[in-house]
Design a protein around this ligand. Structure first.
Ligand SMILES: *Cc1c(COP(=O)(O)O)cnc(C)c1O
Length: 392
């Protein structure tokens, strides 16, 4: 039986790929081989450690340049970035925001922070992200346009304001198709590009297709600032407002404390931005190493029956943030045995997130039928993917 051999074969294949076996291999460890020490030391020596400083400005400029986004605003984490993106897209309390059920909790939390309601949609087996064809059919059934021009959910009467595609493990969703669906139904598109720094769709960086996109620099992401995030904004007015809202909405003045609305202290400290500047310099080399590690996994798993290594689509470049293996068939028992044997051996592996509709806070959220999501929950296993794992 395939199922009996698989856990052992999986462990052997991963061990074969990892070039420097240690007692414990994390899912995605950070790597600091560049100017991190020198930039952080500079912050300490000059005293510029906190909410303003040259590294914040430099990090924002470098991010904008790398992603091709006209503007980038550094913030304290990816969840905060998403929250501000949604506010700036005009999401209001009691709106519904379409988003995949198969995502990290941050996507749904950001919607909830706005007082809005996540409306959970299914994903595609090809990208592991939002399935635009299925979404279009679904919207066709449930949407009624209001006199204000917005799409309304005829079942709940609530406005459908936006869609949040999430690029799972760094693999871009079908953005061309999705943008057409957004246009047809007058929806804003906010990309949760938290996992996809360094991922491109038809040559264009993820997070730059909608009006706004969010990136994360958490410790386990492709590059890290300790904790951190960024908002990518397409136009200047939106970018200015993003800065304003993340810096307590203070009006510039030499001494006076004037704030023109209730806003947030979401800014990224200079100390973290210093780390970010150094990490961003190494991004191309990280991506190269991650891709080559992935190719080794691909080869190592090509001979094993019952499991496939998840590969990028032809017209995209994935950052391969987390390598994913897919069981041919959903099998919770087998998946658990695979997780057990690898974690027991000091190799950190993880299942995909519990889908949002199975968490108590979102179990009552409106949703389409989620066949693919429910299958993927018991098919996916993530394996160690950090840049440091690839050595010549
Ligand atoms: C990492 C991540 C975020 C943001 O996380 P933070 O820890 O707040 O930086 C958001 N969405 C997804 C899908 C993520 O993986």
């Amino acid at each position: 039986m395939i199922g009996e051999q698989l856990p052992g074969q999986l462990l052997a294949a991963i061990q074969q790929v990892l070039s420097n076996p240690t007692d414990f291999t994390a899912l995605h460890e950070p790597l600091f081989e560049g100017n991190e020490w020198s930039y952080v030391k500079d912050c300490l020596e000059t005293g510029w450690v906190s909410s303003v400083g040259q590294y914040v400005d430099q990090f924002e400029r470098n991010l904008a340049e790398y992603t091709g986004s006209p503007h980038a605003i550094a913030v304290m984490n990816g969840t905060a970035a998403l929250h501000i993106c949604l506010l700036l897209a005009g999401v209001k309390p009691n709106d519904e925001v379409l988003m995949p059920s198969l995502t990290f909790i941050a996507t749904a939390n950001a919607v909830a922070y706005c007082g809005a309601i996540p409306h959970l949609i299914d994903v595609s087996n090809d990208t592991l992200g939002v399935d635009p064809d299925k979404l279009e059919q679904y919207l066709n059934d449930i949407v009624q346009f209001g006199t204000d021009g917005y799409a309304y959910n005829r079942q709940t009467g609530r406005r459908l304001m936006a869609v949040i595609p999430m690029h799972t493990f760094g693999h871009p969703v079908e953005l061309d198709k999705l943008m057409r669906v957004c246009e047809k139904y007058h929806l804003e598109m906010i990309e949760d590009a938290a996992e996809s720094l360094g991922s491109f769709y038809r040559g264009r960086h993820t997070g730059t297709f909608g009006k706004l996109g969010a990136i994360s620099f958490n410790g386990n992401k492709v590059i890290t600032t300790g904790g951190g995030g960024a908002i990518l904004a397409a136009d200047e007015a939106t970018a200015r407002m993003a800065k304003h809202l993340t810096t307590t909405a203070k009006l510039p003045h030499r001494w006076s404390y004037q704030h023109d609305q209730t806003a947030y202290n979401y800014r990224m400290p200079n100390l973290n931005a210093a780390l970010g500047c150094a990490q961003l310099e190494q991004l191309p080399s990280f991506l190269n190493r991650k891709r080559r590690l992935s190719m080794r996994y691909k080869e190592a798993f090509s001979h094993i029956n019952g499991i496939q290594w998840f590969e990028e689509q032809e017209h995209v470049t994935s950052n391969y943030w987390l390598n994913a293996l897919l069981l041919d068939e959903p099998d919770e028992g087998l998946l658990n045995r695979m997780l057990e044997i690898t974690n027991d051996a000091g190799i950190m592996t993880r299942p995909i997130w519990t889908p949002m509709h199975r968490l108590s806070m979102f179990s009552q959220s409106p949703r389409m039928e989620l066949t693919v999501t429910e299958q993927l929950e018991f098919r996916i296993i993530n394996i160690p993917s950090g840049s440091r794992l690839f050595d010549e």
